[in-house]
Design a protein around this ligand. Structure first.
Ligand SMILES: Cc1cc2nc3c(=O)[nH]c(=O)nc-3n(C[C@H](O)[C@H](O)[C@H](O)COP(=O)(O)OP(=O)(O)OC[C@H]3O[C@@H](n4cnc5c(N)ncnc54)[C@H](O)[C@@H]3O)c2cc1C
Length: 497
């Protein structure tokens, strides 16, 4: 244990991760800390990462950020879920919506009721009972806590970093512009002592937060922490990204369209659309990937297509000695379920819960690393699910994904669901059973049985129960304004400069 009080915090990197960390630490622990953030204009940020999950609003509430202000500043739109196209089979389409579907009971979730009705000939999909799906497909939105309409945002990543920078500077964070060219470590303990900029200036702190992106300058470059590679389960290793002009009002959901060797995202913002193709370089060349993307965009390009390389996996210890890594420096799970910004957020919250004010304690470091590992592994399994549970056999990529070995934790989950539709959420797990059931059934993986409590309802009662839910959803959505109308009245951004 180091008994050195932690007062001076150095954040390395000014992308989404760095500025989120700066904003949270300065607002919530700022009075006790001296926080500096170093970023290099020469290097810049990854510039993608524009779809989120609902918990981001909790982060903003914690910081006292007003939703309309944030949305105006980042040209944000609302997101009710993700539409997956061509995943279970070519031509398939389903929405993984946020929030619960139908009505759960004390013993089991709604999907058990639906599973029985399906055996009795009901042709509706599970997601047909989702309020989120109805609102999404009708292009409608409003803030509707009463009916549990959960939502996230699509946002402009560059503007989000700028917005959080302004917030952080107002709360006392010092920004230092410059490229780090050297990181010095203590010869005995191996802890980080200082970082040196190209200008020769050396900067030292008590705790370093590595938000330097894929470079992982401190956690890997200096501390050689090690990386657990998950490419054998998640073989996509590149993305080609491009921004386009909008061709219509923004839809309130992300589109994820599976292609021959990967998938394409479409993220509608107020002022433009973010597009990209995530693919596996073993099965698709960079040139073909670029062409596939360009063949499948709408609207004129605003930026040139950009290649991004990545390796899926996680840093073996996300906190090592006096360095905590966040964002791309801490590991990477591809953006299929828009989880990276959330993992930054939960890493920040975890760090604040375990903040080493009176010195770095190995037990607390271990706790941080265990929780982070579990959280990453659960998300990993959920993403693998999308690739593995498919009937696609039209390309070598899909044949690999469909037949590959999967983690034991995922295999157990699939077996449990297959037999009687059971899903259990574990500690530190992000996705709840409604997410698992939507993706599994959306990709044609159906339960053979269901919870026996469902048999307490007669066939007529079950039919009425389901019909009422469907009718209630239609009625509720009919009262919503269009997504665009809601944005216009609530958070319309100024035209981009
Ligand atoms: C293709 C793709 C799509 C994605 N889509 C999503 C999504 O939809 N939703 C989601 O939640 N996440 C997504 N992500 C992840 C998301 O982009 C990142 O989690 C998020 O942007 C955080 O990035 P970062 O801040 O860790 O790194 P970066 O944005 O790369 O920032 C790194 C910072 O470190 C600085 N730096 C690096 N080296 C030095 C140096 N030597 N000296 C000084 N400064 C240095 C840089 O200047 C920069 O400021 C996606 C990622 C990829 C690759």
């Amino acid at each position: 244990m180091s008994s050195k009080n932690i007062r001076k915090v150095i954040i390395v990197g000014g992308g989404t991760a760095g500025w989120m960390a700066a904003a949270a630490l300065s607002k919530l622990l700022g009075k006790n800390l001296d926080i500096s953030l170093i970023e290099s204009d020469q290097i810049g940020t990854v510039g993608v990462g524009e779809a989120t999950i609902p918990l981001l609003s909790a982060f903003h509430q914690l910081l006292g950020i007003k939703e309309p202000d944030f949305m105006r500043a980042t040209q944000a739109t609302f997101k009710l879920g993700i539409q997956f196209e061509n995943w279970g089979a070519l031509g398939d389409k389903y929405i993984h919506g946020f929030g619960i579907i139908g009505q759960d009971c004390w013993a089991c979730s709604f999907h058990h009721f639906w599973a029985k009705s399906r055996q009795q000939g009901n042709k509706a999909t599970l997601v047909d009972y989702s309020l989120h799906k109805h609102a999404a497909k009708a292009d409608k939105f409003k803030l509707d806590l009463e009916h549990g309409l959960a939502y996230a945002y699509h946002l402009d990543a560059t503007r989000y970093a700028k917005f959080l920078r302004q917030f952080s500077e107002q709360h006392g964070v010092k920004r230092i512009e410059g490229k780090i060219v050297d990181v010095a470590t203590d010869a005995d303990s191996g802890t980080i002592e200082s970082v040196t900029l190209e200008s020769g200036q050396a900067i030292s702190g008590d705790l370093y937060i590595d938000c330097s992106g894929f470079r992982a300058l401190l956690i890997e470059g200096a501390l050689k922490t090690g990386y657990e590679d998950w490419t054998h389960w998640l073989p996509c290793d590149r993305a080609c990204a491009v921004q386009t002009k909008s061709v219509g009002p923004p839809i309130p959901y992300t589109r994820s369209i599976a292609h021959e060797a990967g998938w394409q995202w479409r993220i509608p913002l107020q002022h433009r659309v973010g597009n990209g193709l995530v693919y596996c370089s073993e099965y698709l060349s960079d040139e073909d990937a670029k062409q596939t993307l360009l063949d499948n965009i709408e609207g004129d390009m605003i930026t040139e297509p950009r290649l991004i390389r990545f390796r899926t996996g996680r840093r073996v210890k996300q906190w090592n000695k006096n360095c905590v890594s966040l964002g791309l420096a801490s590991g990477f799970l591809e953006p299929l379920e828009s989880t990276s910004i959330h993992l930054v957020q939960s890493g920040i919250i975890r760090l604040m819960q375990l903040f080493p004010t009176s010195g770095i304690n190995p037990v607390e470091v271990d706790e941080y690393n265990t929780q982070s590992r579990l959280e990453f592994e659960y998300v990993r399994d959920f993403i693998i699910l999308h690739y593995h549970v498919t009937e696609r056999d039209d390309s070598p990529f899909w044949n690999y994904c469909r037949t590959m070995n999967i983690p034991e934790s995922l295999s157990r989950r699939l077996d449990l669901f297959r037999s009687n539709g059971r899903i259990f959420r574990e500690n530190f797990e992000l996705f709840f059973d409604g997410s698992w059931s939507q993706v599994m059934t959306g990709q044609r993986f159906m339960p053979d049985g269901y919870h026996p409590i469902v048999d307490l309802m007669s066939a007529d009662e079950l039919r009425n129960f389901l019909n009422n839910i469907a009718a209630e959803n239609v009625k509720t959505v009919s009262t919503y304004p269009s997504h665009q109308e809601f944005i216009d009245s609530y958070c319309k951004a100024a035209s981009p400069d």
